[in-house]
Design a protein around this ligand. Structure first.
Ligand code: MG
Length: 366
């Protein structure tokens, strides 16, 4: 099944190839996985280099003839790789678990195997949610009791291009979206917004990626952006600059959202000291289980919730989208940035996240 999709040699841990039982309880979880390189539609322009691919690993957990799909995506700056993910997954023995609903136990077990490895853990977590949702015959947004009509619009990301015709093309691509996300902090910050504003008054959100040098520059930018229909600013300064970020929050006309500052559940309470909201991403939170806890804790603390993603197929993006009714804002465009998606799942309809009425995480292989 997966073998046809990639050139890399498949790595089977215990058993996609073993006989699948169609009746009765097989009593064990069978994990298999293999690398799958994501091809980007546009090269990612970074400060020092260009990137045209993102490494990923596709995961399947089979139980009683039912398959749950999961995925790890590893943008290099997060420190995980195909080698580290496959090494971690190879160390797991999920066959010791006879019940796929023991998601909390399986997370505890994964923590005992090794710390960190968050994308690798997320891939298992997503596959377990897909599997258990399929066993129950329900999508996870329903299991969580969420209203699929309450999903937010997703933003679509645009970055500066020195070539005016390329920039024009990028702006044209944002047309179907109700919110545009502008990456800042690498120079040309105002030029990107001004180029967009010449053709569109669509609301923008801004991700500074820790790029603004100090609180005064950040505050000046927040005022400038507030006059240009900006909704919020994500990670304006270095994640360690907590006091300066709290200072900025006191004065900024725009909400300040934590991204690089936030990894997992214990970070949510700390974020409340300096930020107005948090950006939750499955590849950092170790998957849907903890992401749900983070979203509900953030809301209980009065924080805004944003859902983000990496470059991913519709598998991990659709898993994150199950939480979308809990989010104030979403940046779930990762599947739209690649040219080799292998799943059909969550859709963007008129700019809004639209959840499929399918069990689990709502995806099928295409
Ligand atoms: Mg960000």
């Amino acid at each position: 099944m997966l073998g046809a999709l990639i050139a890399a040699a498949p790595i089977s841990v215990s058993a996609l190839d073993s006989p699948t039982r169609k009746t009765g309880r097989s009593g064990r979880l069978n994990l298999s996985f293999e690398p799958y390189e994501l091809q980007l539609r546009h090269a990612f322009n970074l400060a020092r280099n260009q990137r045209t691919t993102t490494p990923g690993v596709q995961v399947q957990i089979e139980y009683d003839g039912i398959i749950g799909y999961g995925e790890a995506s590893m943008p290099p700056y997060l420190g995980e790789s195909v080698a580290s993910v496959t090494e971690f997954l190879s160390r797991l023995d999920l066959s010791q678990f006879s019940d796929p609903f023991r998601i909390e136990d399986i997370h505890e077990y994964m923590e005992s195997v090794a710390p960190n490895n968050r994308a690798a853990k997320a891939s298992i977590d997503i596959a377990l949610h897909d599997l258990t949702g399929k066993i129950m015959g329900q999508p996870w947004y329903k299991i969580w009791g969420l209203n699929p009509d309450n999903t937010p619009n997703t933003s679509f990301t645009i970055s500066y291009d020195a070539n005016p015709s390329e920039m024009k093309k990028k702006i044209e691509e944002t047309a179907p979206f109700k919110v545009v996300k502008v990456k800042m902090g690498v120079g040309h910050d105002k030029e990107t917004v001004e180029a967009l504003r010449r053709v569109s008054d669509v609301p923008i959100c801004v991700d500074a990626n820790q790029g603004w040098a100090d609180k005064e520059e950040a505050l000046e930018m927040c005022h400038w952006l507030a006059d240009r229909n900006c909704l919020f600013v994500e990670q304006p300064m270095d994640k360690s600059a907590i006091d300066d970020t709290a200072w900025l929050r006191e004065r900024s006309p725009l909400p300040i959202i934590a991204d690089e500052f936030i990894q997992r559940l214990p970070d949510v309470k700390r974020a409340a000291q300096a930020y107005d909201g948090i950006n939750i991403k499955l590849m950092k939170s170790t998957g849907m289980h903890e992401a749900y806890q983070m979203a509900t804790m953030a809301r209980s603390l009065g924080l805004k919730v944003m859902l983000g993603c990496m470059t991913e197929t519709s598998c991990a993006v659709s898993a994150a989208a199950q939480l979308a009714p809990l989010a104030d804002w979403a940046d779930l465009d990762g599947n739209l940035l690649i040219s080799n998606d292998i799943f059909d799942g969550m859709k963007i309809v008129d700019g809004k996240i639209t959840l499929p009425d399918r069990p689990g995480i709502g995806v099928v292989k295409v």
